[in-house]
Write a protein that binds this ligand. Structure first.
Ligand code: ASP
Length: 406
């Protein structure tokens, strides 16, 4: 979707978000009753994720042509993920050390949220084990994206080695990919309404506790938001400009629909269809690069989540009066990076994998209960940055010599 209608929809989505906030605050009950409209929008996005990831990755990999290109592209993509995620964690750690948001905050009300307790005992090894699905249909049915990506990568790689026999299969996936993208286009028409209903519902649900939350968790939330802003408006645009020569502001504006959807859904995976559409149709990024970098990025490249996890862990340490040494902070840096890689692109996933960070330096898991109440909001902010990071990555990788031929 290009040009005028795309801009109109973006304006509609932003207006929908504003209306949602106001409506949620002032006519909350009404917005709670129309929440199902938001769920319909969300479900429509989720509906296309599995075929989209499989088809686009297979098409992306087969269009690369040869295995050495695939290897180099994978290497460069992972390097980009690691470098940018590290930058964002460092920003978070520096901000907390300067501003000390946890000092003077009481540790009252600490508890372990259910979804965190349910996942306790899962280690990073489980994430690695989960990469190879024993049953690909089961993985797809459960919406497990990482194993689907691994399967599609392997399948695409194999297809490009079997010559003529593979051609009809590739053609099938090309057709499937085109059809799914068209479907995404249709879903986007529904976005303004979906955004309004989703935002309205969540604001209505939390309206009563908002004031209280902002006073007790204000500085902590502010640090997460300022850190995210520094990463999103300084580091990532500089990288985009430096590596591709593109205009960051224009690139950002073109991603508007995807970024608004990320904020609305708090899910990089659910946003993926729209991220693809904006990247390919509005920012004209090479489709082969986009179909490779974006699905992978939506699951493992989470700059915002990594920053948030580091800030939250240090904040919890300060509340409990636990002094962290320099080497503890290095451990937090490493584990927050890993935990963000392990987090799925779904709401609150980052808070769940934070167990891994807290465990590593011996911080109490109950600390998560202290920040849980504001997670619905910070999750949206970090997801938006996650998607922005993926989008910049797609442009950078499309500019490497494997794609541009330069
Ligand atoms: N909701 C985030 C995402 O989908 C993950 C997180 O909880 O940080 O990108």
């Amino acid at each position: 979707m290009t040009g005028k209608s795309g801009n109109l929809i973006l304006i509609g989505m932003i207006a929908g978000a504003i209306l949602g906030v106001l409506g949620g605050l002032y006519v909350g009950d009404f917005f709670l009753s129309i929440r199902f409209i938001g769920t319909l929008f969300l479900n429509a996005l989720k509906m296309v994720i599995v075929p989209l990831i499989v088809a686009s990755m297979i098409v992306g990999v087969t269009s690369l042509g040869d295995m050495s290109k695939l290897g180099k592209t994978t290497g460069k993509t992972l390097l980009y993920y690691l470098v940018t995620t590290s930058f964002s964690v460092i920003i978070g750690i520096i901000l907390v050390n300067i501003l000390n948001p946890g000092e003077g905050v009481e540790s009252l009300g600490a508890f372990i949220p259910d979804i965190v307790a349910d996942s306790e005992g899962k280690s990073f090894l489980d994430v690695i084990l989960g990469l190879i699905p024993p049953n690909i249909i089961d993985a797809a049915a459960k919406g497990k994206i990482l194993p689907l990506i691994v399967f599609s990568l392997l399948f695409g790689a194999v297809l490009s080695t079997i010559g003529d026999k593979g051609k009809p299969v590739v053609a099938f996936f090309e057709g499937l990919n085109a059809a799914i993208m068209k479907l995404v286009n249709w879903i986007i028409y529904f976005a303004p309404l979906g955004v309004m209903a989703l935002i309205g519902g969540i604001v209505a649900e939390n309206r009563e506790s908002l004031g209280e939350l902002l006073s007790s968790l204000g500085l902590y939330s502010l640090i997460v938001i300022v850190g995210l802003l520094i990463h999103a408006t300084v580091i990532l645009p500089l990288m985009l400009k430096f590596f591709t020569g593109r205009k960051p502001l224009q690139y950002f504006m073109n991603m508007g629909q995807a970024l608004t959807t990320a904020f609305t859904t708090a899910s990089s995976s659910a946003t993926l269809p729209i991220t693809m559409e904006c990247i390919e149709e509005k920012n004209n990024v090479d489709k082969r690069a986009a179909s490779f970098v974006l699905p992978l990025g939506a699951t493992i490249n989470m700059d915002g989540t990594a920053l948030y996890e580091a800030v939250a862990a240090l904040f919890i340490a300060q509340i409990y009066g636990i002094d962290l040494t320099f080497s503890d902070q290095i451990i937090i840096f490493l584990t927050a990076t890993l935990a963000s890689i392990g987090a799925a692109g779904i709401p609150h996933a980052g808070t769940v994998t934070m167990v891994f960070v807290l465990d590593a330096v011996g911080l109490p898991l109950e600390g998560i209960g202290l920040i849980w109440a504001i997670d619905w909001f910070l999750d949206r902010c970090r997801t938006t940055v996650n998607v922005w990071g993926d989008s910049v990555g797609a442009a950078i990788i499309s500019n490497t010599k494997e794609f541009s031929g330069k």
